[in-house]
Design a protein. Sequence first.
Length: 590
Amino acid sequence: MIKTILVICVIISSLIISIIHTGTTTEESVKVKQDSSKEKFIFDKEPSELVKKKLSEMPLREKIAQMVISNTIPAEYDESSSSFNKLKKLCTEDKVGGFIFFKGESWQYAKLSNKLQEMSDVPLLISADFERGTAMRVNDGTLFPNNMAIGAANNPDLAYQMGLLIAKETRLLGVHQNYAPVCDVNNNPNNPIINVRSFGEDPTLVSKMSQSLFKGLQDGKVIATVKHFPGHGDTEIDSHNDLPVLNFDMDRMNSIELVPFKNAVNNNVMSVMIAHLSFPQLDATPHLPSSLSSSIVNDLLQKQIGFKGLVVTDALNMKGITKYFSVELVAVLCVKAGIDLILMSLDERKTIDAIEKAVNNGNITEDRINTSAEKILKAKEWLGLFENKFVNDADVHKTLPKTEGEVLAQKIADESITLVKDEYNLLPIKDKSSKVMLVTLSDAGDYQSRNNLAQSLTAKFPNTTSVDYSGEIPASYLPTLVDMCNKYDYIIVGVYAKVRFGTGKISMLQSHIDLIKELAKTNKNFIVVAYGNPYLLKKFSWIPGYICAYGDSPVSIDASVKAITGEIKFKGKLPVGITNEFKFGHGIIK
């Protein structure tokens, strides 16, 4: 008995000592794990002998060229073309560090990646913009719901799996860096370029979901890139068109915009993309974007926040840059600011020439160039490119985990659909014999997704009639259309107002708003589904039923129809506030 008591005492003592040493809270435990993980961050390590050797063998000009990321369109892959001849010169003569790929088929991606690698002495860093899956650029890849849908589902495990699957497809295509995830906090409903590309308006939610996604990417051996530092969420100008200005102080930035970026840095994200935004609080130089500012890149991101990984500009062909600066000045300012990867310069050779000249005349030190070149070579080593820079380009489309990806994308979509308003308790509609009028409204293309919605709804309700408007509705026709709709048991309006690059708007046509207003006056069995911008409810708050799908991908359309019919429950919660009544976190579960 005495021996038993002694054993118990020893065990208790050991536990107490363990608690003292390891900490008593979960938060402290997490910190220890993060610190341990940070020690292994590749950019904290001394360069390997291989990296040292490569760096020592490179002339100055080649080290500069490593910083230049050019662009190409795999869909135009043709070895007899003048554009391909330009790519060949970029690889063999200018010796650029990498390329960003745009539209194409999977086989075109893999073949072009291999061909460019074959022509380059140093392995190339191939990147792409796969925010919501490879199908954003690759026609036969997997497409996931928009980030805001992921925020509405609020399932970190699914976000991690999404990152892992995107990484798997990315590497099969011969791509190594993904310019994702978006870490912008979308707290401005009028933002014309971020909107549903953000996980939401809450910095904690954005931090959590972006971390899960980039961990999945990096565990899949793809360099994740959080963007758009220092935060593009509260702007009303598209930086593709002009230079947005962040008129905030640092207290505000530290409490909102910078929170997800600091979290990403603390959790070893490998790359950060700098936005073309003016931030006068830190740098009041007229028209100077963050991407060219030493105060923002060197001082804020690298010194204050402590980021040691790869810093990449947003595309340098955007008007927020080209409107105010020459190619040569942009090149020099990038290096002086602390940029490692100069993305999509309008002229690669002029860029290299300008930086080389600046080093030779003492305006930039060679040590500064060495710092970036070393990081780039470390990243390429981490990717395994010095061991094997090629991919299997034979029938690559057969190796893509398409089925696995579609199943995962559907799971995320199913958990994201948000029932915001259902005044007359119409949903779900379980009577399959109901007569349904579907009205789809868009101000642009979207034909395929609008057709997908019509087909999906008709499959559930055989007595469905569809009308589709992708332009203005004549005012004289409104009464006829309203009268026709009112002959049905239910009216479902699918609205396709969403972010469209370069347009500077995410609004609806006035005639479409007028139609919704007239329908709401005459028929209470009326539901609007937002296949994009969730803030639309502000324009017609009088409607009785409102659903947010956050995008028009096939899985989001399918999930919305399943929720309407009761096949799945409405589970999503608003990741943004829409009105004072429908705030962040609102969502009717049923």
